[in-house]
Design a protein around this ligand. Structure first.
Ligand SMILES: [Zn+2]
Length: 289
């Protein structure tokens, strides 16, 4: 710390505050690292970011300590699958360390190695996604599969049809105009307890919605077709409970031919599922942030 202090000509009168800020950044970093090591998927981000902010303001943006925090935050993003967020942080950390220590320094090698691990994980995820799309297409070419994707017209208040989605497999489309704020289709399914829902949930079976504090509906059993609604980060419908029933409610006017979408908002601490909805504000995950 003293080296940077001298470099930046910090006056003697500001030194106690400077030392205090450095201690605070170190405390935040250590706390973040503790949660990070425990596999906590939410807490480290804010702590690392706050440490980064403090270090930048007292040490300047190009200090080696900043690079260490950036590299830690990047490792956290890699752990939770946020590869796109991790990449620029590793690149910035490498650039800082090369400038401060030179290209042949051991710290540069450590961060380069971790950056390489990120690229490998990212490559594996990209190829897994390609395989998943191909598998979906194979399954969808089976007529028995298409037969399952039907709308129960008795549960719908507007004409809806199913069809091949641009987002994921099959989706639900408006066959007529739907004004904003209307009950569109009832979300039906087997009533299961909250704990049974936790037991049933997995990334391939995401048809569980909340009815009240105790009951959930599993749309994969006795679903009206509403369970086929795909996720979008800029949805045109939402779920709402009316007199003990779950409804899909239009958030805006929906035109004929438009796909109906919902924001799934999976818990932020559950398994992270990447999103490819294509919305301008796509947050990159089906989980809430
Ligand atoms: Zn999205």
């Amino acid at each position: 710390m003293r080296r940077s202090e001298e470099m930046r000509g910090v006056r003697a009168s500001t030194r106690p505050e400077f030392a205090k800020a450095c201690r605070e950044a170190l405390r935040l970093n250590n706390l973040a690292a503790k949660y990070h090591a425990e596999g906590n998927a939410t807490r480290p981000e804010k702590l690392y970011r706050r440490a980064w902010e403090i270090q930048e303001s007292v040490l300047g943006p190009d200090d080696a300590a900043v690079a260490v925090t950036l590299s830690n935050l990047a490792a956290f993003y890699r752990m939770v699958g946020r590869f796109r967020d991790a990449r620029p942080l590793y690149e910035r950390a490498i650039s800082i360390l090369e400038t401060v220590h030179g290209a042949a320094h051991g710290d540069v090698a450590v961060v380069l190695f971790n950056y390489g691990e990120l690229l490998k994980a990212e490559a594996a995820a990209v190829q897994a996604r390609a395989k998943e799309i191909e598998k979906s297409l194979r399954e969808m070419s089976d007529p028995r599969h298409a037969a399952k994707t039907v709308i129960d017209a008795g549960k719908a208040r507007f004409q809806l049809v199913t069809g091949v989605s641009r987002i994921h497999r099959y989706g639900v489309f408006a066959a007529e105009e739907i004004p904003a704020g209307r009950l569109v289709i009832e979300y039906t399914g087997e009533r299961v307890s909250r704990s049974e829902a936790v037991h049933r949930w997995n990334r391939r079976r995401t048809y569980l919605v909340k009815l009240d504090s105790y009951w959930r509906l599993d749309g994969s059993v006795g679903g009206s077709g509403a369970e086929l609604l795909n996720h979008c980060c800029e949805p045109n419908t939402r779920l709402g409970v009316r007199q003990g029933r779950v409804w899909v409610i239009s958030l805006r006017r929906i035109l004929p031919g438009e796909e109906l979408t919902l924001d799934y908002r999976f818990p932020k601490d559950s398994e992270r599922i990447p999103c490819y909805c294509g919305a301008a504000t796509c947050r990159g995950t089906l989980n809430a942030r």
